[in-house]
Every structure is written in structure tokens, then in C-alpha cells.
Design a binder for this molecule. Structure first.
Ligand code: C2E
Ligand code: MG
Ligand code: MG
Ligand code: MG
Length: 292
């Protein structure tokens, strides 16, 4: 009976262990695991000032190098992280990377900013603004080099919209610049602009893609430019892929461009070489300002 007992014991332990393993591989834990294992990486995409011919900032975009599935797009894992309550941890990681980069590259960052994407659900946390300030050590130098991007369809209900707007006001009062991202694609764009004085508007790539003289996109783009000018917001055009699109934007006075035409998002290690190649490694003093 001793082997029998041992057999039962073994299988009980084995079952327990494999159940634990399944639990450990549950999706929320996968994100913690990915962070701990350095599977997540922040890529940098230049935001160009075409007058200057160089970048006035960089957007920080997450990449996940999954050991089994290869590179997973943020379009897939960000919504998942939001649902699983893990977006805070991922955003902390991006924020830490940004802070480290600003501190380690004072020359490169002198008159440039880093743009960070903030999921709308983070703005529903009433301590979010406070936490972000504390993370920056209330250091105005750091804060002035950060641009926080929030997407246009901010909230789910009126009450949540109020909460989100409160956090944005607090952040802005602390010196953070705030951008509305993917503008033109949500449902509440104009209402949002009425309720919050964004510093920057990022016009979504769908409006840049079809910049044909006779198309609707041109009329929409022109009215968005009018809107931004009227409200005193800086415009960034997203998804600039061709010289024609860049020219068409320039004719309209839009000179802050982000897109594959200039550079794709790249790892930090490629950034310095890219800057040297683009001949823009040293911005002239006062030429670009962090006042986006
Ligand atoms: P987004 O914030 O609107 O970022 C811009 C997206 O457009 C990036 O996609 C970028 O690679 C892409 N893009 C830039 N230039 C061009 C172009 O010329 N043509 C085209 N077709 N695409 C261009 P990416 O990196 O795949 O990120 C997708 C989205 O995932 C982001 O859209 C953002 O909403 C989200 N995301 C990425 N990183 C983070 C993060 O750290 N936190 C949060 N909350 N969301 C993130
Ligand atoms: Mg963005
Ligand atoms: Mg966008
Ligand atoms: Mg987007």
C-alpha cells in the first residue's frame, strides 16, 4: 500500500502544481511576467518640425516582444491590458522610460518633448494626476518635457467625463501639456474641445491619407485647422506617408508632422544614429521650444 499511497500523493501534488501553473499563465499575470522579463520595449517615433527639418519631439509607443508569438501590436495588447486592469503598470513603465531618457539625454532633449499615451480609464482614477506628479518628483523640468496624449472618445458617461476632465485640469495646472489624439475619429470631439483647453490636437491619419484636392478629407482637414487655430491649439498631423501629403499640409500651414515619410517608430538604440543621419542632432538654441 505504500507505493499506492505515494502514487496518490504524487498525483495530488502534480495536479496542484499544474493547476498553479495554469493560474500563473492567466492573462493578467502574463503582463506582469512580460514586464519582469523585459519583453516590453518603448519605441520612439519622431514628430517633425518641417520648418526646422528636425524633430521637436518623440511619441513613445509600446512594443511587446512575445517569446512565442513574436512582436505583438499595441492595437491588440493595449485594449487587453485595459480590460484586465494592467494598463496602469504598462503606463508606469513608459513613464519611467521617459523620465530616464530625459535625465540621461539633456542635450538631445533640451528643447524637445516626449509624448506619452494615456488610456482614458486611467483618468477615471481620482488620484491619477497626483500620482503622475509624484512620479516626476514635482520636477518642473521633467514635466515641461512631457506631452500627455488622450484619445478623443474620452469617457463612457457624463459622470466619467467629468472625472476625466478634472484629472486633465489638474495635470495641466501642474504644467503638463495635454494633447487630444486621433482627433476626428471619436463621437465627442467638439464637446471635448468645448470642455477642455487642449494644448495640442493630433489630427488622425485617416484625414491625411486621402488628401486629394477634390476629396471630403480636404474640407474636413481645413475645418479642423480652423478649429485648432481658433482655439489656439498646436496641430500635429499624424500618419504622413508621402511627400505630397507633407506638401499639402505645408500649404495649409501645418508644419508639425508625424509619419512613416519621416521615420517609423524605432528602438532607443537606433535614435541617436537616426538623429545624426537626419542632421538634426543639435537644435539651435531657442529654435524649437517645448512650448508645443
Ligand atoms: P497612436 O497613439 O495614435 O499612435 C500612432 C500610431 O500610428 C502608432 O501605431 C504609429 O506607429 C502609427 N503611425 C505613425 N506614423 C504612421 C504612418 O505614417 N502611417 C501609418 N499607417 N501609421 C503610422 P502603433 O505604434 O501600432 O500604436 C497603435 C496605438 O496603440 C497607438 O495609437 C496608441 O493608441 C496605442 N499605444 C501604443 N503605445 C501605448 C502606450 O504606451 N499606452 C497606451 N495607452 N496606448 C498605447
Ligand atoms: Mg498617440
Ligand atoms: Mg494617434
Ligand atoms: Mg490611436
Amino acid at each position: 500500500w505504500i507505493p499506492l499511497l505515494l502514487g496518490t500523493l504524487f498525483s495530488a501534488v502534480y495536479t496542484y502544481a499544474s493547476r498553479r501553473r495554469v493560474a500563473r499563465q492567466s492573462l493578467p499575470a502574463t503582463f506582469e511576467w512580460a514586464l519582469k522579463n523585459n519583453e516590453l520595449e518603448v519605441f520612439f517615433q519622431p514628430i517633425m518640425d518641417t520648418d526646422l527639418g528636425g524633430p521637436l519631439g518623440f511619441e513613445l509607443l509600446l512594443r511587446w516582444h512575445h517569446p512565442a508569438h513574436g512582436i505583438i501590436s499595441p492595437m491588440i495588447f493595449i485594449p487587453l491590458a485595459e480590460q484586465l486592469g494592467k494598463i496602469g503598470a504598462l503606463t508606469d513603465f513608459v513613464m519611467e522610460t521617459a523620465i530616464g531618457f530625459i535625465q540621461e539625454n539633456p542635450e538631445l532633449m533640451k528643447s524637445r518633448y516626449l509624448a506619452i499615451n494615456i488610456s482614458r480609464q486611467l483618468l477615471l482614477d481620482e488620484h491619477f494626476a497626483e500620482r503622475v506628479c509624484r512620479r516626476c518628483g514635482r520636477n518642473q523640468h521633467l514635466i515641461r518635457h512631457l506631452l500627455l496624449e488622450v484619445t478623443e472618445d474620452l469617457a463612457f458617461s457624463d459622470a466619467e467625463m467629468d472625472q476625466a476632465i478634472t484629472q486633465l485640469h489638474l495635470l495641466q495646472q501642474h504644467g503638463f501639456r495635454i494633447a487630444v489624439d486621433d482627433f476626428g475619429t471619436g463621437y465627442s470631439g467638439l464637446d471635448l474641445l468645448r470642455r477642455f483647453p487642449f494644448d495640442v490636437v493630433k489630427i488622425d491619419k485617416v484625414f491625411i491619407k486621402e488628401l486629394l484636392p477634390e476629396g471630403n478629407a480636404v474640407a474636413l482637414l481645413d475645418s479642423m485647422i480652423g478649429l485648432a487655430d481658433g482655439l489656439g491649439m498646436v496641430i500635429i498631423a499624424e500618419g504622413v506617408e508621402t511627400a505630397q501629403q507633407a506638401d499639402s499640409l505645408l500649404q495649409r500651414g501645418v508644419n508639425h508632422h508625424q509619419g512613416f515619410y519621416y521615420a517609423k517608430p524605432m528602438p532607443q538604440s537606433a535614435l541617436v544614429a537616426w538623429l545624426a543621419r537626419s542632421g538634426a542632432s543639435e537644435p539651435a538654441e531657442g529654435a524649437v521650444t517645448v512650448e508645443v
